[in-house]
Ligand binder design. Structure first.
Ligand code: URA
Length: 435
């Protein structure tokens, strides 16, 4: 087999076989196929697309390219949740303990943030003492003991995806549906869960801006998951403004604790309850989604999810005093109000711009070596649908290094879009995709 022939085949819109896809992924991962040939293939895929069988074969080849997690030592049906990425997305911090409190074993691997989107591991590492690296044996024991463990994704999990993603990043081939779907699902399959619930974001802060594109991505990922023998369900949720009120690592931990204590933002709470309900439904612990929602509301109201969060923190070494005295999580050196330069109803808040403004403060990662300021970020005081007077505060900026504050606040302010009339609110949960 020759890579040249495979590139030509895809260029001519022919279908690649499973054997050809495995040859290409295996050869590239081992360094036998050079970057220039893989780049040409990625561009051919970008323009020609892949059919369902090709996308599944690509996913499986990437999932099998490194370690796969064996979760058979954990009792019960394991369920993983994955978000396609957004701004202010602290759902895993809330949903993990909610699911564990409701009886679902949570054995999760998460990533770090890059660019305008945050990562769960960075948020957890903002908690003093929290360990994100564990031996597999301890990881499994902890899930069996307390129902939840969450660690950073290792470099050995789907290494083909890591290499291919790096090449996509520099060849303008990131935003290709089969490449995004196979990239996400290869890591989920390698991470070993029996059931997968996907939170597919849609809007100005998401990979997929339009609902039709988000639905297409969700359908492709659900088919891959089911095709690989893992029950997969996707929930499509809005990302036309940051999720919740806090953007920034410690700030988001603070907000997660608010939700877990029943004082959280309504939409964020609704999303956690909905995803949790589908996790319960997907694992067969409830027969109807409405029962799942009821159960998820109960673990919040009874304080069981909060208790589970604290148990989880202790098990992974966190200094829980900083979590009991939540003021410590909001203790950045500088705090500055951001005032509106217009009046009107907030129509949308460009989530990706808010993410970039937070990155400028040090809350996010420009490149893999960036050092984070865990306490930096924004607290949004006004969200979509709120009325704002000119010069009224729309947010508070938190920072430890004030050299970038002015520029970041300016960028944040420009992310707000106003209208004279209040727009009808659109549904926050847009669709659920399952087969
Ligand atoms: N997240 C991934 O892991 N891969 C993509 O291609 C896009 C988002």
């Amino acid at each position: 087999m020759r890579m040249y022939d495979l590139i030509m085949k895809k260029r001519n819109n022919d279908i690649l076989t499973q054997e050809e896809i495995r040859y290409m992924v295996g050869g590239f991962t081992k360094g036998e196929i050079p970057d220039y040939q893989m780049s040409a293939m990625l561009m051919a895929i970008y323009f020609r697309g892949m059919n369902e069988a090709e996308t599944l074969n690509l996913t499986m080849a990437m999932a099998d390219s490194g370690d796969t997690l064996d979760l058979s030592g954990i009792q019960g049906v394991k369920c993983d949740k994955h978000s396609t990425g957004g701004v202010g997305d602290k759902v895993s911090l809330i949903l993990g303990p909610m699911a564990a409190a409701a009886g679902i074993p949570v054995a999760k691997m998460s990533g770090r943030g890059l660019g305008h989107t945050g990562g769960t591991i960075d948020k957890l590492e903002s908690i003093a003492g929290f360990r994100t690296v564990m031996e597999q044996e301890d990881f499994i024991r902890q899930v069996n003991d307390i129902g939840i463990a969450l660690v950073g994704q290792t470099a050995h999990l789907a290494p083909a995806d890591k290499k291919i993603y790096a090449l996509r990043d520099v060849t303008a081939t990131v935003d290709s549906l089969p490449l995004i779907a196979s990239s996400i699902m290869s890591k989920k399959l390698a991470a070993g869960a029996d059931t997968i619930v996907l939170d597919v974001k849609c809007g100005n802060g998401a990979f997929m801006r339009e609902e039709a594109a988000a639905v297409a991505l969700a359908k492709t990922m659900v088919r891959i998951g089911n095709g690989a023998g893992r029950h997969t369900i996707a929930v499509i949720s809005d990302m036309n403004e940051p999720l919740g009120y806090m953007v920034g690592n410690s700030l988001e931990v603070w907000e997660a604790l608010e939700v877990l204590q029943g004082r959280g933002d309504e939409k964020l709470t609704e999303l956690c309850i909905t995803l949790g309900a589908y996790m319960l439904y997907g694992t067969g612990l409830v027969k109807r989604v409405t029962n799942g929602k009821r159960k998820m509301k109960r673990v919040l109201e009874d304080g069981l999810a909060y208790k589970k969060f604290m148990e989880w923190m202790k098990a992974q070494g966190a200094d829980t005093s900083s979590l009991s005295n939540t003021k410590q999580l909001l203790s950045a050196k500088y705090r500055l109000q951001i005032l509106s330069d217009q009046k009107g109803y907030v129509r949308e808040i460009l989530a990706d711009e808010v993410g970039i403004a937070a990155l400028m403060l040090g809350a996010g990662r420009e490149n893999l070596d960036s050092v984070l300021d865990y306490q930096a970020g924004f607290r949004l005081l006004k969200k979509t649908g709120d009325y704002v007077e000119e010069q009224e505060p729309i947010a508070v900026c938190y920072a430890n290094d004030n050299s970038k504050v002015a520029e970041a606040c300016e960028r944040f302010q420009a992310a707000y879009r106003f209208s004279r009339e209040r727009q009808e609110p659109k549904p926050f949960i847009k669709a659920v995709i399952q087969e």
